[in-house]
Write a protein that binds this ligand. Structure first.
Ligand SMILES: Nc1nc2c(c(=O)[nH]1)N[C@H]1C(S)=C(S)[C@@H](COP(=O)(O)OP(=O)(O)OC[C@H]3O[C@@H](n4cnc5c(=O)[nH]c(N)nc54)[C@H](O)[C@@H]3O)O[C@H]1N2
Ligand SMILES: Nc1nc2c(c(=O)[nH]1)N[C@H]1C(S)=C(S)[C@@H](COP(=O)(O)OP(=O)(O)OC[C@H]3O[C@@H](n4cnc5c(=O)[nH]c(N)nc54)[C@H](O)[C@@H]3O)O[C@H]1N2
Ligand code: SF4
Ligand SMILES: [Mo]
Length: 680
């Protein structure tokens, strides 16, 4: 059969590779070998033919004239955009000579890979780099920038990131989007909730500003940043006092109810209302609607876990469905993520699993400190699928680290990103549409095979192709370092020890392009959970052993200090983190980075609508245009989108955010930032 790439015209199945929960099935339209249109696959049960605007316009990114076509060598100072083309042979030779000498003099731990989910393909994001850097003996990266605190918190309660099947949420009768801007960030959950609404469901959004999701919801509840655990504890207080709990469910499926019932006494509605600024009557109304719905569903967003107390927030909210017993009803429960259903499929191959020593682990949220303070120092970085000089916290420190003259940096990307400008060698990456890869979702249960649909762009290479070249030049001989994509994928799905993959074959996946995991094949849910007790842990001994309160608890966020405003810089609609922030087509859709500020906070500072303002704290400063609206609560300012630093701008929001770690999982605390604002 001719491959999709060889067929110059036609419509081909594909999958979105971006770090978005929806992992959409796509149809790629081609004419003369080039993509002319990208649409949602109408036959995909979750995508249902609908995709976001940013990916409908994917072709403008793929064919953006700024895309890299050859390897480059830096000729100007670090951070400049002065580079000259070199060949792949020269690039690989230079990198591996440098690494060999570093390994000989300082050991493999002097080298650090830095990567995240720019392309969610399991071969290119996970398997290839893990194998290669394990063989090299490099320092290990703790990949904590996204969801680490929240997932750690959820696991204390539920054992794994196992939540409601989102396709079942059409049966929910009461849906809470809790710190989740789903209209922008998880649009298919909105489509499913819309169906539920047609069947009588009510939709609530709890957020620090009335974003698009809050405007679409039936009821928007504004809350003080970082106080959500208190709100959930207040709900528990009312549920327990009014005996709205499901005692049968509690005795069969949970441990620690008696301890919890005593513990929540201190979270009476008045106290909780003072902490959260949610009026007492709203707290009662929310709790009653929640308990009386059959069933209720909570979509737990990523936002509130980007606070100092983010782990405990998720740990706490994830106890609520157990109190009312809604896990037993179709469409009831909660969903933080569902990634653990498809996670354990890429164990290290036997020929590499021979080293007894594990190397040092470096938290990616503290890359600035790691590069400027760590002993023995990191002397070389290999960055792929990630743009730390836009997305990592405490950017000025990160820049200081990347600017070190004695640091040898390689960046593999599709574009000359802010990070790539600090590289000694830049390598051009293929897009996911040029690769063979396996995709799993961290929200729904379908897995996808991406078969290459277009020719590679210029002289670009995929992550795994580069790792094979590097392995060869390093003189490594382990066969698993040279394994083909198809063999890695076949083994991952057909030899997986996961019950959810049982019966799925590569042949089937090639024919159908996506298949739903068999969730019912696993242990009974929520009957046999991977917690120490096998039950939902309202009381967690494990948490206590890790130095936290064993019961759900509210702890105020750490950063108070002398700056009067919270600063919350989250994602926007038209970018995917910093991806698209350098593409003129997508910048145009978004218009500009704005500072959203309450009228009273603006007038206190003499700021008018559309004024340019400086947002500042001890870590740095950035400049944004003020948008005055009552949709944001007083005392909090916010901005949306991780904008690149276009010439003449000063809009890198992470200049202001702290590299302090959250309470659990080494997670990031982007949203626990304090600032002040003044007219520029
Ligand atoms: N269009 C688009 N989609 C995306 C992304 C993107 O960049 N653009 N990024 C993807 C990625 S990597 C992720 S992790 C997800 C994230 O998507 P979401 O899960 O929606 O998380 P965020 O957008 O980070 O934050 C959600 C909301 O939390 C609110 N928030 C902040 N602090 C608090 C608080 O203390 N309490 C409450 N209740 N709310 C608070 C913010 O105002 C925001 O509206 O989206 C993915 N999808
Ligand atoms: N202030 C603030 N900061 C945040 C957040 C926030 O809400 N607020 N969100 C945080 C979150 S949740 C996340 S997940 C992170 C995300 O941060 P990142 O993981 O850095 O995500 P992107 O900014 O999308 O950058 C991905 C890069 O990978 C490149 N890429 C794409 N495909 C490939 C490929 O196949 N190979 C290679 N080598 N490169 C490829 C893209 O071109 C892009 O430059 O940002 C975090 N930073
Ligand atoms: S970014 Fe999300 S919503 Fe848009 S196409 Fe990709 S998976 Fe679907
Ligand atoms: Mo993320």
């Amino acid at each position: 059969m001719t491959s999709y790439v060889e067929q110059r015209d036609g419509i081909f199945p594909s999958v979105c590779s971006l770090d978005c929960p929806d992992t959409c099935g796509l149809l790629i339209h081609k004419k003369d070998g080039k993509i002319t249109r990208v649409e949602g696959d109408p036959s995909h049960p979750v995508t249902q033919g609908a995709i976001c605007n940013k990916v409908r316009n994917m072709a403008s990114r793929l064919y953006d004239p700024a895309r890299l076509t050859t390897p480059l060598r830096r000729t100007g100072p670090k951070g400049s955009d002065q580079f000259e083309p070199i060949s792949w042979e020269e690039a690989i030779d230079w990198i591996t000579q440098k690494w060999k000498s570093l390994i000989e003099n300082y050991g493999g731990e002097s080298i650090l890979p830095y990567s995240f989910a720019g392309n969610m393909g399991r071969v290119n994001m996970v398997a290839a780099g893990n194998r290669f850097f394990h063989r090299l003996g490099a320092s290990r990266l703790d990949r904590t920038i996204c969801n680490a605190a929240g997932n750690a918190g959820y696991r204390y309660t539920m054992g794994a990131t196992y939540g409601t099947d989102p396709e079942d949420t059409v049966y929910s009768k009461f849906i809470i989007f809790w710190g989740c801007d789903a209209v922008n960030t998880n649009m298919h959950q909105v489509m499913l909730a819309e169906k539920a609404r047609k069947n009588g469901a009510q939709i609530v959004a709890i957020d620090i500003h009335q974003n698009r999701t809050g405007q679409w919801a039936d009821w928007f509840i504004p809350i003080e940043p970082g106080t959500d655990a208190a709100l959930a504890l207040g709900m528990m207080h009312i549920l327990i006092h009014e005996n709205l709990v499901d005692e049968d469910f509690l005795s069969q499926y949970t441990i620690g109810y008696q301890e919890l019932a005593r513990h929540i006494q201190s979270y009476d509605p008045q106290t909780v209302s003072q902490i959260t600024k949610v009026p007492v009557e709203d707290l009662y109304r929310l709790t009653h609607l929640y308990a009386e719905a059959s069933p209720a569903f909570i979509r737990i967003g990523n936002g509130p876990q980007h606070h100092d107390n983010g782990g405990m927030f998720v740990r706490t909210v994830s106890c609520l469905p157990a109190l009312v017993g809604h896990w037993k009803m179709k469409g009831g429960g909660a969903l933080r993520e569902n990634g653990d259903f498809s996670a354990p499929i890429f164990p290290l191959p036997a020929d590499l699993d021979t080293q007894s020593k594990t190397t040092r682990l470096i938290n990616m949220n503290q890359i600035g400190e790691a590069l400027t303070e760590l002993e023995p120092p990191i002397r070389a970085l290999y960055v792929y699928g990630c743009n730390p000089l836009v997305v990592a916290p405490e950017l000025n420190k990160v820049k200081e680290g990347f600017a070190r003259d004695d640091l040898f940096t390689v960046v593999h990307d599709l574009f000359l990103t802010e990070t790539a400008k600090y590289a000694d060698v830049v390598l051009p990456a293929t897009s996911s549409y040029e690769n063979l890869d396996l995709f799993t979702s961290y929200w729904h249960h379908h897995i996808h095979l991406q078969q290459p649909v277009i020719e590679r762009y210029g002289d670009s290479k995929s992550n795994i192709e580069v790792f094979r070249l590097l392995a060869e030049a390093m003189g490594y001989t382990e066969l698993s370092l040279f394994e083909k994509e198809e063999d890695i994928i076949r083994q991952a799905i057909e030899k997986s020890s996961s019950p959810y993959f049982e019966g799925i074959t590569m042949t089937q996946l090639k024919e159908q392009s996506f298949i739903k995991l068999n969730r019912d094949n696993g242990p009974e849910f929520p009957g046999q959970l991977p917690t120490p007790s096998g039950k939902i842990e309202l009381y967690s001994q494990q948490l206590e052993e890790a130095g936290h309160p064993a019961l759900p608890t509210f702890t105020p966020i750490a950063e108070k200090g002398s700056y009067p405003l919270y600063f919350i810089a989250g994602p926007n609609r038209s970018f995917l983190n910093s991806t698209f922030s350098n593409n003129p087509s997508h910048i145009k859709m978004e218009k500009g980075p704005f500072l959203i500020i309450h009228p009273e906070d603006a007038s206190l500072r003499g700021i008018s609508h559309e004024d340019w303002v400086s947002v500042f704290n001890d870590r740095g400063e950035c400049e944004l245009r003020a948008h005055i609206t009552e949709r944001v609560i007083r005392g909090t300012v916010l901005t949306q989108g991780l904008w690149s630093d276009q010439p003449g701008t000063n809009q890198l929001v992470n200049t202001l955010t702290p590299s302090r770690l959250a309470d659990m999982g080494g997670g990031a605390t982007f949203f626990s930032t304090r600032v002040d604002v003044k007219k520029r």
